[in-house]
Each structure stands twice: as C-alpha cells, then as structure tokens.
Design a protein around this ligand. Structure first.
Ligand SMILES: [Zn+2]
Length: 453
C-alpha cells in the first residue's frame, strides 16, 4: 500500500499549520462503516454499520431498523424526474434544461427510464419550478427524521455542461449578470460590448453557423465556454449553499451535508464549501481485474479539502464485478480505502450500469465483505486518530487538473507506484475558492512537488 499512517500528533501539527480543519471532518471517522442504501437491522448488524450515507426519505419503520446508524436522506437533482413529473404533470416542461435548439435533453444514463411515457429529462436548477421541487424534497426528507442530507448529482445544470446544456431562458439571462461582473478589459478582450443585452444562445448559434465547412463546431468548443462553465459552476455552488441552509433551518440545528462529488471528475469541488463530506462514485477500473491506485487521488483530494470521503465504485465497475463474479477485487478496494484513511461503502447492494443492460443491481456476498468491515469496527483504535504521513506534498492547481485530469492521475499514480506517500496541496481556481497558503507548503517541510500550467 502506498499510504502510511502514523500517530495523531504528527497529523495535528500538519493540519494546524495548514489551517485546514473543517468542522465537518468528524462527520465520518476513519473506522466508520458506511452504507450507501438502507438495509435491514440484521444487515446493518452483520456489517457493523454506523452511517447510512445515501438513504432515501426515512420512515418510522426504516429509522427503527437503522437504530444507531446515522441516516443521511438523499435528494437527487437528476434521478428524481418521475417524482418531479408527478408533482407538476401540467407544468413540468417549465423546468427542463434546453439545448441550443431549445430541445430538452435526456439523462444519458437513464435512457431506459420513463415517467408515464415521458423520458427522464435533465432538469434545470436555475428554473424556479424545479428549484421549488428540490427545496420541498429537502424539507420533507429532514422532517421525516434524516440526520444528514445527501445530494445526488449535486451540480444540477452544471453537471450537464459536457452535454452542451443549458440554454434555457433563465440560464441565458443569468449569464448577463455574470458578464457584467467582469472587468472592462476582460469584456473588451472577449469582444463583448454590452453585457446587459448579450445573448449567449444567439452568439453560439451564430458561431456554429459561421463554422461553415470546417470540422463541425459544437457549443462546448465556443471561446466563451470557459466563462459559461464558471458561471454555471458558481450557480450550482450557490444553490447547494441555499439547500444546506434550508436543511439546517428546517431541523433547527446544523445538518451535515454530503454529495455525490466524485472528485476524480473535474468540476466536482465547486461546491465543497456547502459540503461536510463526499459520498461519491469513484472509478475503480474493474475492467483491468487488478487493484488500482486511482481512488487514492480522490481520497487525497478529499483530505486536502478537510472533508472525509465515502466511496463507491462506478456503475460500470459494479456491472463488471457482477458479470465476472470478482468479490476478491472488491475486498482489495475495501482494504485499500481503509488503509488510506477513507472508506469504501459496504457493497451490500450496488447500482450497476452498462449501455447495453441499463440499470441493474449487484448484491454482493456478505460473507466475503462483512468480515472486513467488522474487523474495522473491532479495531477502531487502529484507524481513528491517525492520518496520512506524506513523504511529499504535491501542489495541485485545480484549473490544470480540470483541463487534463489524466495527466494528474498519472503523476499521482507514479508516486503511489514508487511507494512515495503524498499529500495534495490544492490551489483553487475561479470556481473553487481554496487559495493555497504558504503555511501549507511550509508544513510540508519543503518537500513539495509542483506541476501544472
Ligand atoms: Zn437552464
């Protein structure tokens, strides 16, 4: 294992020097056994469950089954189209994302789903009707007794940027205010004379049309797309802060908030200030049939942000595990996660997805998995109070990572392969408010590595 752990006091010195302890860092302990979906009391006992990080809206019965387990109720910004459609059967189209031509866009991994004959459309988190639906879902989840809140697809509209969305009127209007906040020099450089009348939808359409016989242009290649992405990312973060505050107000106390912020995906740190933990899908490259160091990058990123990470593998990973019956590989993932100070969620029931089979499920052999989790619970003192001992600190400019994540994966994995323990020192960008502080570098004892643009 590339990671090494040592006594608390060393870590405490490093963290204090870094000034990066977040109140939420105790939301999960290194010895916690985290469930993704709810189970029976017997299943919780079998694994030694302490936290349910991605549960639904609790019921008195499900809460009773989960006695002693901290319940995070989940609200989905993309997966709950059916509930939204049922809530607003006449008006639901008001809240849909729109592509450049004004058409709604299907959620790519839910194309096998429908709600009364209507496809699962991607909905816009800038649209008032959809925001109302999400707010109401947060309130009902907390009122039902959830002790924490989980948000799936937490970036909402911004999570669909790669699809070339969203060009609904709300999104286009809001971009004007963003542009108005740029300096005159920036606007001049971007060729924008009057932000208050700027219509990005028209602009991109004209740009694509002007492409003529060149290789086909698409919206994501437009010169202003970077600013459009910053605008959408900031909007997502602001809405998450709003939901966080709403949950706390509903409960009358602070409510810890997690999200499916898979940190190997660029852009998912945007709203970290609204989060206490990352409860996230994380690529484990099951198709290689070998353990991978890749999740370590996500684990170290989470540590750098002062928030714990509860991982699951990707839907494609679980589909591969199921198809080829590879519980031994899953056991490696579990052991690896705890050895690095984080945790893979107990794989008692996992979402699988392939383009051919769509959604299906993997119910792993608990007799192979549960003993590992019980080991952690039985030896909690071997995990809690310890943290990473890094040989080097890696200066990690987030903008460079967002531009080319694979380069960073290779760099970090090369350290892991050489058995060099590393810590990531994240330098934020326009969407991630996380300036790199001199004290963090000094705390590393001068052994930092720097790459980037
Ligand atoms: Zn929109």
């Amino acid at each position: 294992m590339p990671a090494q752990i040592m006594k608390t006091w060393l870590c405490a010195i490093a963290l204090v020097l870094g000034g990066r302890i977040h109140a939420g860092s105790e939301v999960l302990r290194p010895s916690d056994v985290v469930f993704m979906y709810s189970g029976s009391a017997q299943t919780y006992r079998e694994y030694g469950a302490t936290v349910l990080a991605w549960g639904g809206k609790p019921t008195p019965k499900s809460l009773a089954e989960a006695a002693g387990v901290t319940w995070f109720g989940s609200v989905g910004m993309v997966t709950e189209f059916s509930a939204y459609h049922n809530r607003f059967p006449e008006r639901f189209e008001e809240g849909l994302c729109r592509d450049l031509d004004g058409h709604p866009v299907k959620v790519p991994w839910l194309t096998d789903h429908q709600s009364k004959g209507v496809p699962y459309w991607w909905c816009c988190t800038r649209q008032p009707l959809f925001r109302q639906f999400l707010r109401d879902r947060v309130v009902e989840t907390i009122r039902a007794g959830a002790q924490g809140l989980h948000i799936d697809d937490h970036l909402g509209t911004a999570g669909g940027l790669w699809l070339g969305i969203c060009f609904c009127d709300r999104c286009v209007d809001g971009f004007r205010a963003y542009l108005a906040g740029l300096s005159a020099a920036d606007l001049d450089r971007l060729g924008i004379r009057e932000p208050s009348s700027f219509n990005y939808r028209d602009e991109v359409r004209a740009w694509i049309a002007a492409g003529g016989g060149e290789a086909k242009r698409n919206a994501t290649g437009h010169p202003l797309w970077r600013h459009w992405s910053i605008y959408q990312g900031r909007g997502a973060a602001a809405f998450m802060l709003e939901l966080r505050e709403l949950a706390a107000r509903t409960a009358g106390r602070p409510i810890p908030v997690g999200a499916n912020a898979g940190l190997l995906w660029p852009g998912h740190l945007t709203d970290y200030q609204a989060l206490d933990l990352f409860t996230a899908e994380t690529d484990h490259r099951a198709e290689t049939r070998k353990p991978t160091d890749l999740p370590l990058v996500a684990y170290r990123l989470a540590e750098s942000m002062g928030r714990p990470y509860a991982a699951t593998a990707s839907g494609g990973d679980w589909a591969f595990i199921k198809e080829h019956n590879l519980p031994g590989l899953v056991r490696c993932w579990i052991a690896f996660s705890y050895a690095t100070g984080q945790r893979l969620m107990a794989p008692h029931r996992q979402w699988c997805h392939t383009s051919e089979k769509g959604t299906h499920w993997y119910d792993g052999p608990s007799e192979r998995f549960a003993p590992l989790y019980r080991f952690v619970r039985d030896h909690a003192g071997w995990f809690d109070g310890y943290a990473t001992r890094a040989d080097v600190g890696v200066v990690f400019p987030y903008r460079s990572f967002a531009k080319n994540p694979h380069r960073w994966f290779e760099l970090c994995n090369s350290l892991a392969a050489a058995n060099v323990g590393y810590r990531l020192l994240v330098a934020g960008d326009e969407t991630v408010d996380h300036p790199l502080k001199e004290a963090e570098i000094e705390a590393q004892g001068g052994s930092e590595l720097g790459w980037g643009d």
